[in-house]
Design a protein around this ligand. Structure first.
Ligand SMILES: [Cu+2]
Length: 117
């Protein structure tokens, strides 16, 4: 099931909560949890975990735990991060279904994949 985040969604959820009571609140809670953001660690020239399977609208955050810089390049999305120093982060929100291969712009042999469904 794919749902786009939309303006007014929060207001509508509040209205639903008021109208339908606690049962729907539990349902909303699980939806929010399912769309939780995802973190990918860069360590020892490796992206981990990879691939990551995420729901549409998920923000993936890469964190560099290496002592040397890395960057994130997603060719299909024309995404190029800046060079990440140690403990720097880069976040991108995936809003289209697809399988996205990415690499490090500084070390092209470093590969990862994000699957958005
Ligand atoms: Cu790198």
């Amino acid at each position: 099931m794919h749902e786009m985040p939309e303006p007014g969604g929060i207001a509508r959820r509040l209205l639903l909560r008021r109208t339908l009571g606690t049962g729907i609140m539990i349902l909303i809670g699980s939806r929010v949890a399912a769309a939780a953001d995802t973190q990918v660690i860069i360590d020892n020239f490796t992206f981990s975990p990879t691939p990551v399977n995420v729901k549409i609208g998920t923000t993936v955050t890469w964190v560099n735990h290496d002592d040397i810089p890395h960057s994130i390049v997603v060719p299909d999305l024309k995404v190029h991060s800046h060079a990440l120093d140690t403990d720097d982060k880069f976040a991108y929100t995936f809003d289209k279904v697809g399988t996205y291969d990415y690499m490090c712009g500084l070390h092209p042999h470093m590969h990862g994949q994000v699957v958005v469904g």
